[in-house]
Structures are given as C-alpha cells and as structure tokens.
Design a protein around this ligand. Structure first.
Ligand code: NAP
Length: 371
C-alpha cells in the first residue's frame, strides 16, 4: 500500500474492517498523524475482494479513496503492520487476537474476549493508564512478543469516564444506572427496524452483567505492581435499546463514601486533566469531560459529537440531588467513536507514547508530532 507522505508512519491493520466498528477505524485513521493503514482484513467471505466491493460503507462521507482498491486479507498474522485494531465479533476475536499477539503484533481490541484476563489491560487512557504495566506481565507469562490491550464496552466507557474524577475525590460506594443505548451499538444491520421503531427493547444480552460485575470495578481498580485489585462498589444496571442512531445516554445515581456538594462534583469534572490530555495525544479530547448546565441536556442528537475531537468526549449534565442515593446526573457519549474505535485508537496512542511498542515507535510518534 502506498505511503501517504514523505515521513513513514507506524503501520497499522484493521481486523473486521468491513463492519460497523471496522469502518469507524478506517474513518478515524484517515489522516492520522502517527498511524497509516497498511492492511485491511475481514472474514474469508470477503478476503480477496476489493474493500469497496466487500464493504457496505455506511458512515457519513465517502470511503477513503486510496483504500477502495485495497484487497482484503484474512485475519491471520503475516500482514504488514505493527499494530492491529480488532473489530472482530466475540465468536472469533479470542483466538485471532491471541495469534496476532503471539506473532509480535500490538493488538488493540474492542471485543470482550480478553477484557477480564488478569494480565490484559482494560483501558481508558484518562482513567487507568498505569494498568498498561500489565503488558509486561502478559508478555512474560505468555511468552508473547506482542500483546493485547482492550477497551471497555461502549456504555461502560462513558459511565466510568464520568465517574473517575468523582471516584478519585469522593469514593464511589453504590451506583444505579439506566442506559438508553443507540441502535448502532448492535453493529450493522443490527436490530431490525420492525423491532426498534416505535419501541424500546428492555434487554441487551450480556450488557448488564458487564456493567454490574466486571468492567467498572476493573477500570477503577488499583494496580499493585502484579495485578489489578478490583474496586469495591455495587452497581445496579438496567440496559435498554432505544431508537436513536448513535450516542448512548445514561441516567446515573451515585452514593459516595463521603457526600460531596454539587459544586464539588462540578469542580471535579471541570478540573479534570488526566494523563492523556496532558500528553496531548492526537485523539484525546480537550477537555475529556464536558459539563452542560442546561436543564434539558445532554441529548444524543445535539451532543454526541461535542468537544474538540468529535465523538471522543463524555458529556455530563442534569446534576441534582437523589432521594435514594446522594446525587444523580446524565451521561452521554458516542458509542461507535469513543465507545469503540476511538477508544481503541486512543489506547494505541497511549501505548505508543508510553513506549510499549518499543522506543523506536515512541520516538517516531514524537517526531511526527513535531513535524
Ligand atoms: P459487525 O458490524 O458485525 O462487523 C464484524 C466484522 O468482523 C466484519 O468486518 C466481518 O467481516 C468480520 N468477521 C466476521 N466473522 C469473522 C470471522 N470468522 N473471521 C474474520 N472476520 C470476521 O460488528 P461490529 O458492530 O463492528 O462489532 C465488532 C466488535 O466490536 C464486536 O466484538 C463488538 O462487540 C465490539 N463493539 C461494538 C460496538 C458498537 O457500538 N457497534 C461498541 C463496542 C464494541 P465480513 O464483512 O467479511 O463478514
């Protein structure tokens, strides 16, 4: 594949490039300052076809012209890339990602298969960058030249992003969340229009379990040098599919170790400037959290692309007292951008910046930033 400029960039491949999340990767990687797509992969049904023929491009704007004629490859090690972004279904992601990691690739995955492995980071760069040290343990334990890093489920991503600055200051004790999740979260073509129009589906398979028992606790857990000690708080989640195209809205009630004032909560959100923002990573929104004080915001259609990097920020609002727990508020975030491909992309940027892809890649990224 031809290089897009005089300076060579870090080569990346996309696994599952024809799917909903895979297309987002392709879109977000277009013009990326550090990364250049050098391989597109999909199932054996699509392998051997032109990307333009195998992919039903359904994002705003055209498929990048220089990728239309690229021939899709099977999802097997041997492709020309250092990092692979995985947008594979869970039915196949587990084995394929492990094969790539064993063969020396850095795998940044959206799939759930490895999220809860003890030696695999489940990462939100703003929240738990120190968990990246699990990569060293993972390589040692598994004898892999490469590694796997994962990002959380789309609804957990924005919930935990909003909670992190509050957990650090006040300690989350109990959490009650009701999600209103967009249709695109089910992939393409996803939920049938006959099921979702004029309707709300009060069930998303496996989603409540992920939110209640695993992901928030691992993300907000403490890395003790050997393992992540899961945070100790209770979550009750109700997950619903609603007829919105993009953007998950979540109604959250929280009890803290110590009850903060509303002003202290707003201050915690507004003063939040974690590592990803300090490092000025290319896909890091500045700021990470947007507080909207209007009484009827955030709303998916109006706010899902808010912020300096569209779709990457978490928007919070409607903060008010909760008669059951301490406080309640709304959280909104884009599910296929920050909740999927954008989350993985920011993970990869942090991984490169922190030297986990090797010193040469870190130096290259730094030079490209300056260039
Ligand atoms: P999708 O639209 O169904 O796309 C699946 C992709 O994987 C396609 O490129 C498909 O290629 C390829 N594929 C399917 N079976 C394969 C196989 N056996 N071997 C190799 N490639 C295969 O799915 P999606 O919504 O993009 O989701 C991808 C992953 O991201 C899933 O694990 C999902 O849980 C996760 N995720 C999704 C979201 C979201 O908002 N949608 C959010 C967070 C995480 P073909 O075109 O050749 O079939």
């Amino acid at each position: 594949m031809a290089s897009s400029g005089a300076v060579s960039k870090i080569k990346v491949g996309v696994l599952g490039a024809t799917g909903a999340v895979g297309q987002r990767f392709v879109q977000m990687l277009q013009g990326h300052p550090w990364f250049e797509i050098t391989a597109l992969c999909a199932s054996e049904r699509s392998a051997g076809k032109r990307y333009a023929d195998a992919c039903n491009w359904n994002l705003r704007g055209d498929m990048p012209a220089h990728l239309r004629d690229v021939i899709l490859q099977e999802c097997e090690p041997g492709i020309d890339a250092q990092i692979v972004f995985s947008a594979l279904p869970a039915s196949t992601a587990g084995e394929v990602e492990a094969a790539f990691a064993a063969a020396g690739y850095g795998v940044c995955s959206n799939a759930r298969n490895h999220r809860y492995d003890d030696d695999v980071p489940l990462l939100i760069p703003e929240v738990n960058p120190e968990h990246l040290a699990l990569i060293d343990i993972q390589r040692r334990q598994r004898g892999w030249a490469g590694f796997i890093a994962t990002n959380p489920n789309c609804s957990t991503t924005h919930l935990v992003s909003a909670l992190h600055p509050l957990h650090v200051r006040f300690g989350v004790k109990k959490l009650f969340v009701v999600t209103m999740q967009a249709i695109s979260g089910a992939g393409y073509p996803g939920v049938s229009s006959m099921d979702i129009l004029d309707n709300v589906v009060p069930y998303i398979g496996g989603e409540e379990e992920k939110m209640e028992q695993k992901e928030p606790q691992k993300l907000l857990g403490v890395f003790d040098g050997q393992q992540v000690r899961y945070a100790d708080f209770v979550v009750s989640a109700h997950c619903n599919r609603v007829p919105v195209r993009n953007g998950h809205l979540e109604a959250v009630s929280v009890e803290f170790e110590e009850r903060p004032s509303e002003a202290a909560i707003v201050q915690a959100w507004q003063e939040y400037r974690p590592l990803a923002q300090q490092l000025n990573l290319p896909s890091a929104p500045q700021p990470a959290i947007l507080y909207n004080a209007a009484q009827d915001r955030p709303q998916p259609r109006l706010d899902r692309l808010a912020g300096s990097v569209p779709g990457m920020a978490t928007v919070v609002g409607r903060l008010r007292p909760d008669p059951l727990l301490h406080h309640k508020f709304m959280v909104l975030g884009h599910n296929t951008i920050r909740g999927a491909a954008g989350g993985s992309l920011l993970n990869a940027e942090l991984i490169v910046a922190q030297g986990y892809l090797g010193p040469e890649a870190a130096a290259l990224a730094q030079s490209l930033e300056v260039a």
